[in-house]
Each structure stands twice: as structure tokens, then as C-alpha cells.
Design a protein around this ligand. Structure first.
Ligand code: PLP
Length: 435
């Protein structure tokens, strides 16, 4: 394997004390070194390997070190490594064209950002200017990013220490396993969540609301696949009141949920779509907003007051063009769907049948969560210390997991083979058995 540095993991760990880490208490040492990867596998400097069931932060959809994407970045680096956003650049145009082709009819432009948070930030800015309204409604169970407005639009705990942006209103979305609506069927959960949203919109004053911003499938919150009809119902409420629907596909998009965009399976057409992560698997940071024709028209003769130095960065754009071409030619999205239907879905259901600690299995494609509980009847979450021990055991057994609160998310690269997926399930089975 490449990436094996002189001095090994101890040196990497030692140097890491100079790094200020995100979402962490700084005194807690990082216990894990990564040095290289290929496909669905990663390794440390000592050559110890792990099957990547996390896709890092659920972003390496095309797997690690895809040769075609690496070559495209190298080639672009040899030609032009940076260019101001105001200049036309062929590769940026190609990236926008490729994304619009996938988005389908009705969309008419792509605004490029450096990642997902600034994509949501700019989508909110577009919606406010397009509608002349201020408020943004989003779910409590959500994550939209870590910039000023995006972090306040976020519904989970990360919002609270950052609450200084304006006009954000939160609602509970559907989540039958932990229903806020005393529902016992998906139909009831859907109907009642829509009623709740409708009442909040009316009570806030529909004329004051610029946008409803939702993850198509809330990811970090627990892969909360919405019940059939929920997103169509949201779109209908938005349409009736002239509110824009912004769908955040940062985590769910580009193959993760077994389709190019998760909302394509829900039969809804949003006004703005935000993306990042899987668009180029994070090989070079990139994100953006896919803009509908009417929103673009708002800015035909009016300046759009937003921009970033690295909007449409050439290395990121070359990585997008190569990633999307390789994903199409290798049917990476079809693979994600098939592995979900044939291996992960049935395999995780089998684990749930044999391990009482699994309260619920949710997901599709390569986008799954296991809800871990101390008691199936009360659904009490498994304590953090036990989840921590499970995570450590999975690492010892050669699997790199993604753990959030009391959940194990099963989110491998979209290129994972059926055999690799089975290997991962066998490791999870053994670790759950040892709990
Ligand atoms: N939106 C969603 C759904 C996400 O999952 C994330 C990150 O996990 C973001 C936005 C923020 O993206 P970034 O970290 O690239 O700013």
C-alpha cells in the first residue's frame, strides 16, 4: 500500500497535537491514523487495513483513490491550478453541464461553493432575495452545515451554541420509530407531520417564509427515510404559499441512496438543490446549489450578492467531471442500489432478527442506520459508553465504522462489492455478538 510514511503511526499521532480538531474537546487524543486507501479499504502507516463502512464523513462515494479521478486532478494541476470565479473556465462549464444533466428538467444553473454548508447558505440567500421574505423552516432532526445561517438552520444540538442568525423556525419531521405524533403507522406519521408543518407555516405567517429547507433523507440524524408522500406533501404546502423548497442532497445525493438524487425516487421537483460530498467524493472540496429557471431569472438583471474566492475551483471541477463520468460508465449508482437491495438490506434485517440490541434498521442503497437500544420494548437508546465500546471493537476487527449517538450507520462507498459488504456484515455480527 502507498502512504506508509517513515516513522509510522506514532509520529503521525505525535504531530497531530498541533491540529485543532472539529467537534472535539482538544485534550482528547485522536486514536486513529489513516495514511492511504483504495476502493473500499483504508490503512494506517503500519499497513493495518480497515474496510471503510463510513466513507470517511459519508463522502467517498466512488471509493478511495479512483485512478481516473486522481489522474484528472493531476492533469488539471499541470495546466491551471486556480482561476477567479469571474472568468469563464471550460472545466467549470463541463462540471455544471454534467450536474444539470443529472438534475433533470427545470434547472438552469449551478452555483459552486467549497462544501455543503456554504451551499445551504447561498441557497437560503437566493430564496430570501427571490421571494422577498425572511424565514426559513427546517427540521429539528437535521444537519445543514457549520456556517452562520446553515448552522442555525440545523436542528440538532450543534445549532444551540451558534444561535445568532435570524428567521429560523424548526418543525419535527416524520420519524415513526420515535414519533412525536403518537403515530403507529407510516400513513399516520406522514399525515400528522404534514399537519404540524402546515400549522407552523400558517402560524408563522406563510407570507413571511422564504423557504422550507430539508434533507431529502436526513442523514446524520439517523438515515430517516421519509414515509411515502411526505416530501410530495411538503412540496404542495410550499407551492400553495409561494415558498421555495430547498432539498439538501449533500449526503443523500450522488449515489448514496441508490439514485443520482434521492428526491428522484420521491416524485418531487424542488426549487433549489444543494450538494457536496459525493459530487466528487471529496477528493477536492466542492459543493453547490442547483438553481431552477425562475430563481435564476430573478438574478438576470440583478446582482447576486454572494460569492467565494474558490467558487468553481479548477481542481475541484476536474474532479467532478471525472467522478461523474466514471460513475456513469461503471454504473456506480446501480451498484449502490443493488448492494442495498441484495446484500445490506436483507443482511441488516437478518442481524436485527438475531441481535436484540438492534431496535430498527432503516435505509436504502448504501445509506443505512441501525438504531441500537438497551431495551426493545421501551426503545431506550443504548448508553454512550456501550456504543463507544462497540466502535472500538469494530475498529479492532478491521472495520471503520460511522457512529452517531446510539446508532451505527452503515455507509460504505457506493463501489463496495457484494463480497466486501458481506465481509462488513460478518464483522458487525461478531461485534454485536460480543457486546
Ligand atoms: N448538509 C448535509 C445533509 C450534511 O450531511 C452536511 C455534512 O455532513 C452538510 C450539509 C455540510 O457539509 P460540509 O461539511 O461540506 O460543509
Amino acid at each position: 500500500p502507498v502512504g506508509l510514511g517513515a516513522g509510522g503511526d506514532a509520529r503521525a499521532r505525535d504531530l497531530d497535537r498541533h491540529v485543532f480538531h472539529s467537534w472535539s474537546a482538544q485534550a482528547t487524543p485522536v486514536d486513529f491514523v489513516l495514511a492511504g486507501g483504495s476502493g473500499s479499504w483504508v490503512w494506517n502507516e503500519a499497513g493495518e487495513r480497515w474496510l471503510d463502512f463510513s466513507s470517511q464523513l459519508v463522502n467517498t462515494n466512488i471509493g478511495h483513490q479512483h485512478p481516473r479521478v486522481v489522474a484528472a486532478i493531476q492533469e488539471q494541476a499541470a495546466t491551471l491550478t486556480t482561476v477567479a470565479p469571474s472568468a469563464a473556465h471550460r472545466v467549470r462549464g463541463e462540471a455544471a453541464e454534467a450536474i444539470l444533466d443529472l438534475a433533470g428538467p427545470g434547472f438552469d444553473g449551478v452555483f459552486f461553493t467549497n462544501g455543503g454548508a456554504d451551499a445551504n447558505e447561498n441557497a437560503i440567500r437566493m430564496a430570501r432575495l427571490h421571494t422577498g421574505r425572511d424565514k426559513v423552516v427546517s427540521h429539528y432532526r437535521s444537519y445543514h452545515g457549520n456556517t452562520g445561517a446553515a448552522v442555525v438552520a440545523t436542528g440538532d444540538w450543534r445549532r444551540v451554541p451558534n444561535e445568532y442568525a435570524r428567521g429560523h423556525v424548526h418543525v419535527f419531521g416524520p420519524h415513526l420509530y420515535r414519533s412525536e405524533f403518537w403515530a403507529s403507522t407510516p400513513e399516520q406519521e406522514c399525515e400528522r407531520a404534514l399537519h404540524h408543518l402546515r400549522r407552523v407555516v400558517e402560524s408563522e405567517g406563510a407570507d413571511s417564509i422564504a423557504a422550507v429547507l430539508l434533507e431529502t433523507i436526513p442523514g446524520t440524524a439517523g438515515v430517516l427515510v421519509p414515509p411515502p408522500g411526505y416530501l410530495r406533501g411538503v412540496a404542495e404546502i410550499c407551492r400553495r404559499h409561494g415558498i421555495l423548497l430547498i432539498l439538501d442532497e449533500v449526503m443523500a445525493g450522488f449515489g448514496r441512496a441508490g439514485s443520482w438524487f434521492a428526491h428522484h425516487d420521491e416524485d418531487v421537483v424542488p426549487d433549489l438543490v444543494t450538494f457536496a460530498k459525493g459530487v466528487n467524493s471529496g477528493y477536492v472540496p466542492a459543493g453547490g446549489v442547483i438553481v431552477s429557471a425562475p430563481v435564476r431569472a430573478t438574478f438576470a438583471g440583478r446582482v447576486f450578492p454572494g460569492g467565494l474566492t474558490y467558487s468553481g475551483h479548477p481542481l475541484a471541477m476536474a474532479a467532478i467531471v471525472a467522478t461523474l463520468a466514471a460513475m456513469r460508465e461503471e454504473d456506480v449508482v446501480g451498484n449502490a442500489r443493488a448492494v442495498g437491495e441484495q446484500v445490506l438490506g436483507p443482511g441488516l434485517a437478518d442481524l436485527a432478527a438475531r441481535h436484540d440490541v438492534i431496535g430498527e434498521v432503516r435505509g436504502r442503497g448504501v445509506f443505512w442506520a441501525l438504531e441500537l437500544v438497551a431495551d426493545r420494548a421501551t426503545r431506550e437508546p443504548l448508553p454512550a459508553a456501550v456504543v463507544g465500546a462497540l466502535k472500538a471493537d469494530l475498529l479492532r476487527r478491521g472495520l471503520l465504522p460511522f457512529v452517531a449517538e446510539n446508532r451505527l450507520h452503515v455507509v460504505p462507498p457506493c463501489v463496495i462489492t457484494p463480497d466486501e459488504a458481506r465481509t462488513g456484515l460478518t464483522i458487525v455480527d461478531a461485534a454485536l455478538g460480543a457486546l
